[in-house]
Design a protein around this ligand. Structure first.
Ligand SMILES: Nc1ncnc2c1ncn2[C@@H]1O[C@H](COP(=O)(O)OP(=O)(O)OP(=O)(O)O)[C@@H](O)[C@H]1O
Length: 121
């Protein structure tokens, strides 16, 4: 029964993904800081009664930053496994991966300023 296998395999994949998300959140300092910021802006969203559109932007920004941080963490771990010693190419791969997190974080911060600055000042 290929359909049954398909569904069972998808459920198993979601289980692995939850396991990975928990591993990320419980062991990685960078994502824990981002999770803390996510909680803070969620509280701010309730406090300032932001609009449904602003909620969508905020939630997408949180997901974008934390998602890219997760991929960056995976790239770093894979890089360390492939090359535990010093290697210029590995350094570049890690820099680019960290740069992706930085770009997402800058854009998310600007979106946050657009939402909250008019409410604070
Ligand atoms: N094997 C390596 N070869 C060359 N340069 C490296 C190597 N590992 C790390 N680097 C350089 O050091 C920087 C930091 O790497 P590191 O793996 O410590 O990342 P990090 O962002 O500090 O990660 P974390 O704090 O989550 O462990 C990289 O962006 C890269 O420039």
């Amino acid at each position: 029964m290929p359909e049954r296998h398909f569904i069972r395999d998808r459920i198993r994949s979601v289980g692995y993904a939850f396991k990975g998300a928990w591993l990320l959140l419980s062991t990685e300092g960078s994502i824990q800081v981002q999770a803390g910021i996510a909680v803070a802006v969620t509280v701010a969203g309730w406090y300032f009664r932001i609009s449904p559109t602003e909620w969508m932007v905020q939630l997408l920004a949180i997901g974008m930053v934390m998602g890219i941080e997760g991929v960056n963490t995976a790239v770093e771990k894979l890089a360390d496994y492939i090359q535990p010693g010093h290697d210029e190419r590995i350094g570049k791969v890690k820099d680019i991966s960290a740069g992706a997190v930085l770009l997402a974080s800058i854009m998310a911060s600007i979106a946050g300023l657009i939402i909250y600055l008019p409410r604070i000042f």
